[in-house]
Design a protein around this ligand. Sequence first.
Ligand SMILES: Nc1ncnc2c1ncn2[C@@H]1O[C@H](COP(=O)(O)OP(=O)(O)OP(=O)(O)O)[C@@H](O)[C@H]1O
Length: 293
Amino acid sequence: MTPDLLEQGEKRIQARMAALAAQSGQTESGGRAAGFSRVAKAGEVDVTHGRILYLEDVSVSFDGFKAINKLSLDIAPGELRCIIGPNGAGKTTMMDIITGKTRPDSGTVFFGSTIDLLRFKEAEIAQLGIGRKFQKPTVFEQLTVFENLELALKTNKGVKASMFFKLDSAQSDRLAEILHTIHLADSVGRLAGNLSHGQKQWLEIGMLLMQDPKLLLLDEPVAGMTDEETERTAELFLTLKGKHSLMVVEHDMSFIRTISDIVTVLCDGSVLAQGTLDQVQSDERVIEVYLGR
Ligand SMILES: Nc1ncnc2c1ncn2[C@@H]1O[C@H](COP(=O)(O)OP(=O)(O)OP(=O)(O)O)[C@@H](O)[C@H]1O
């Protein structure tokens, strides 16, 4: 994030705090005003300057090898960003950094303009509203579709609270809506273990959606899917776009063509090119390192 943006955001927050204090007739108490690197209000992500995710100059090395090398990238709220790049480009490592699995050696990672993700642990980052889907589906095979979705709401609760957990009407409505979105409304009572590979992937996406993430990171979501499943997944992602921000890592170019607005090409741990799919596909450097293989 540029110092300019940081400064503008900080000024805006201070102005808002001052306005709130004036409204309630209170004065701001020493040191308690929300500032950068703090969550202004639980559950809120400040996207007022148009970015939900910011990475700047991020680097990480493993045994002296730079897997991520001064990577800078940002994503707008509601955007569906596709990430492509050759094997070993650093795509998974980038997602590991955003979700707190890997700590970078240097750089800045912000969720909105106020949440410094490097200050949070992996589980806390998930609670802040960043959901991640790994390549392999990880649903509970012995439970039904319904039970899997219901369970997704219990993940943050203790054992006792989970045992007595019952969906309220808003949660039931949400579950019904998500079942429809993920194309599993007709399979609500089926065991997850009996679903096709594609349906398991959709169910896992549904489980993430139950937690209403603001940003979803999806690693090769259509790998191993049939053509029809891939098409339906594209429909699903286009439905999610706008309501959630999505970062999709994929190698399937026809899938990317269907869903993408902006495509970012990673190579050697940093951004090699960015633009529409047509733009990056005609970029000589991209053809050389990735598409022309
Ligand atoms: N924990 C680790 N220890 C050592 N090296 C690692 C580790 N994680 C990643 N790497 C290396 O960092 C580089 C980037 O790996 P990464 O998995 O992020 O690439 P990728 O773009 O996701 O590749 P792919 O498309 O094959 O999944 C690779 O050379 C990889 O071997």
